[in-house]
Design a protein around this ligand. Structure first.
Ligand code: GYE
Length: 327
């Protein structure tokens, strides 16, 4: 294997800024991954409080088992600080490679850099980090996941059509500072630009969780009883919003049109029941793709900085046919 020293590292070394004393090398460029039959693989999950996360974890565990790799699994229970500690402990244990869905875009950067320094490649799955602070192809191998901007755009385009270009919208955002929340908002806002009667009344985070989504909707609906639509950044929050709408004596799908993202089974059932309008899938089945990326990297391939998952779209036209395939 050829290890290329980046120009930045070369300059740093030649300027006397780096003294290599550690037993393991300090990588200026991406640490390589040795070719082996069996790897010790870290997977530092963000939380496990929703079907999306459970489906993702199951997919990673199934694939590791199928391929015979040892999976070191941690659950940060919704805390970026714990996720940082989890990654650092995987580094201390000397795993070969780490799969990481960074809960938020900034706080996980030091953990990624720590792994890099220790010579352990990190592959970001399902969430990305702030590229001004850490770069794919340089600090971590790549980001694999959905195009969240596109998801937000597809949901907006469906909603504009469904309501005839006129709606008063409550937006329930995902986890503050996470890449899917930032980008799903961006995509939705961009798609709304040509529709002056599509008005967002209020936006607030429901942290991608069902009960928080319900609470946020309850509060925002009291402040904005004239709302006619809800855009939730995840189906769990959309389902929470539906519960709040019903508790307020209104009819979801009729008085208030609800749209979400993820494509979970319960959302497709809500679409079939007429309570929800549509959802853009965000595929959680990462196992086969993630481990294939790991292999390509070990084989010495230079990978693209973004490896995209394809997402389906569900509404009343296909929910019945598709519900059996949802998670
Ligand atoms: O949409 C959400 C989950 O990071 C893409 O996180 C993922 C999101 C997913 O909790 O429901």
């Amino acid at each position: 294997m050829v290890i290329t020293v980046s120009r930045r590292a070369f300059l740093a070394v030649s300027a006397g800024l780096v003294v290599a004393t550690a037993a393991r090398p300090t990588w200026a460029a991406l640490p390589p991954l040795k070719k082996k039959d069996v790897y010790k693989v870290g997977f530092a999950q963000t939380e496990s409080n929703n079907p999306w996360r459970l489906a993702q974890t199951a997919s990673m565990q199934d694939e590791a088992k199928k391929l015979g790799h040892q999976l070191v699994y941690t659950d940060a229970a919704g805390s970026a600080a714990k996720q940082v500690a989890d990654v650092n402990s995987m580094v201390a244990q000397g795993v070969d490679v780490i799969f990481l869905p960074p809960r938020e875009e900034k706080p996980l950067i030091p953990a990624i850099m720590n792994a890099k320094k220790a010579g352990i490649p990190v592959i970001l799955v399902d969430r990305d980090v702030d590229h001004s602070l850490a770069k794919p192809g340089e600090d971590y191998v790549t980001f694999t996941g959905s195009d969240f901007v596109d998801e937000g755009k597809r949901v907006a385009e469906w909603l504009i059509k469904a309501v005839g270009g006129k709606a008063k919208i409550i937006e329930i955002e995902g986890t503050v500072g996470s890449s899917p929340a930032n980008d799903r908002k961006k995509g939705f806002d961009t798609a709304l630009k040509g529709s002056p009667d599509m008005v967002i009344l209020a936006s607030q985070s429901g942290d991608f969780a069902r009960d928080k989504g319900r609470q946020v909707m309850e509060t925002l609906l009291q402040a904005h009883p004239d709302a006619t639509a809800v855009y939730a950044h995840s189906d769990e929050m959309a389902l929470g919003a539906i519960a709040a709408i019903e508790a307020a004596g209104k009819v979801p799908g009729k008085d208030i049109m609800v749209v979400g993202v993820d494509g979970e089974k319960a959302a497709l059932e809500a679409i079939i029941a007429g309570k929800m309008g549509a959802t853009c899938e965000c595929n959680p089945r990462f196992g086969p793709g993630a481990f294939a990326i790991m292999k390509r990297y070990a084989d010495g391939e230079t990978l693209p900085t973004f490896i995209k998952n394809e997402d389906r779209f569900f509404d009343a036209s296909n929910a019945k046919d598709m519900v059996a395939t949802a998670f």
